[in-house]
Design a protein around this ligand. Structure first.
Ligand code: AMP
Ligand code: GLY
Length: 420
């Protein structure tokens, strides 16, 4: 089979790594990929959001399957474009991807389906939003409606901060078009957990619950990033809690989509707050998390290809979905200056020393020759370790990280601290 993977992060390298082990996969392409994906397939010089180029390539090359990694091409309608060409693609179409692309859309859907989530109000104008925060209970969470690279959520302790957040999002348009609407929410307190499911629109399979670490520095300090590390399974979500969330969140969500006449196929990645009143949804993503994918896929027992094909073919109920009874941890190495102004172009050494049965290297912001790559982005790479316990997985991940170096690399030393 010929497969195209869209994206250039550690997530896409991990998807490719998982598929390349499958004897049915003969050709792997990445658009645009990185120095790591160039070792296992062919990188195509086209951005993940360049729908015209990707569709033209797909029309000429007829891949058997396209896997769309990031949210931006999903929300722009890449899957719709591939469907129009009669091609198979894993991931929601444009209408369904609003689950991630519009927080107001998703809040309405959750309210319709009575899914537990924060109380909220949505506004298309700044004036009523500013009036609302004068009397609403503090703290407040002010969210830009659209995609904002994880930055459009502002937690406000005072009314002044909330008013500033509304100005920033709606008037200054700090997040561009994402700020055409705001959602103002009650603040939820508790521990966060992520649950990744895959659905064909009817049936669901669940990966191990995971937790990622968003802040740049140890002890969850400093600015937010795309994610500096992750581990699974997260003990915060046990089998009983997963069962309850399946019934209270995931099944009603799919029913609500069906009621709207929308077929959702692909990943449902739910971000939950485990509050004293039970789990409540913070957000949904319409794709695999990065770096969560780098822990979820190494734990898979069932071939990833079977899951992806069954999803696009609407046959997920036929899958015997199994994960290994093991733990995984991934640690991200980032460029100096990340997340604000990452420095790039530094030579990376030691990459050839990593990789064993329990240790895997995933490239993200790397470019150049696969044998002598240089840093090319904020998050440069991740090393995943697996083992019988989270402690073992941690040992493998950090042993791998210890072998790699580039000038002023940053990585967190405390991934998994909540569970260990
Ligand atoms: P979101 O993109 O909506 O998941 O928000 C990003 C992060 O903001 C979440 O992972 C939470 O840490 C935080 N957050 C979002 N909504 C709330 C809320 N209602 N209460 C408390 N924290 C929140
Ligand atoms: N690691 C968070 C995300 O992928 O959204």
């Amino acid at each position: 089979m010929k497969i195209l993977i869209v994206g250039n992060g550690g997530r896409e390298h991990a998807i490719g790594w998982s598929l390349q082990k499958d004897s049915r996969v003969s050709e792997l392409y990445f658009a645009p990929g990185n120095a790591g994906t160039a070792r296992i397939g062919t990188n195509l010089d086209m951005a993940a959001t360049d729908l015209d180029s990707i569709a033209a390539w797909a029309e000429a090359e007829q891949p058997d399957l396209t896997v769309v990694g990031p949210e931006a091409p999903l929300c722009l309608g890449l899957v719709d474009r591939l469907y129009e060409l009669g091609l198979k693609a894993f991931g929601p179409d444009k209408q369904a991807a609003q689950l991630e692309g519009s927080k107001v859309f998703t809040k309405n859907l959750m309210n319709l389906a009575k899914i537990p989530t924060a109380e909220s109000a949505a506004f298309t104008d700044a004036k009523p939003a500013l009036e609302y925060v004068v009397t609403a209970e503090l703290p407040l969470v002010v969210k830009a409606d659209g995609l904002a690279a994880g930055k459009g959520v502002l937690i406000c302790q005072t009314r002044e901060e909330a008013a500033q957040a509304i100005h920033l999002i709606m008037q200054d348009r700090q997040f561009g078009d994402a700020g055409h609407q705001v959602l103002i929410e009650e603040f939820l307190d508790g521990q966060e957990a992520s649950i990744h499911a895959v659905t064909d629109g009817t049936d669901l399979v669940f990966f191990s619950p995971s937790q990622d670490h968003k802040r740049i520095f140890d002890g969850d300090q400093g600015p937010n990033t795309g994610g500096m590390g992750a581990y699974a399974p997260a003990p915060a979500v046990d089998a009983e809690l997963l069962e309850s969330v399946t019934e209270s969140v995931f099944k009603p969500l799919l029913a609500a989509f069906r009621e709207k006449g929308i077929r959702y196929q692909g990943v449902l990645y739910g971000g939950l707050m485990l509050t004293a009143q039970g789990p409540k949804v913070l957000e949904f993503n319409a794709r695999f998390g990065d770096p969560e994918t780098q822990v979820l896929l190494p734990l898979l027992e069932t071939p990833l290809l079977d899951i992806l094909l069954a999803t696009v073919n609407g046959a997920l109920s036929s899958i015997d979905f199994k994960v290994k009874p093991q733990s995984a941890m991934t640690v991200v190495m980032a460029s100096p200056g990340y997340p604000d102004q990452p420095r790039t172009g530094d030579i990376i050494s030691g990459l050839d020393k990593v990789e064993s049965e329990d240790q895997f290297l995933f490239h993200a912001g790397t470019s150049g020759s696969p044998d002598a790559p240089v840093t090319a982005g904020g998050r440069v790479l991740a090393v995943t370790g697996i083992g019988p316990t989270l402690h073992d997985a941690r040992g493998q991940a950090y042993a791998g990280i210890g072998k790699i170096s580039f000038p002023d690399a940053q990585y967190r030393k405390d991934i998994g601290h909540r569970a260990l």
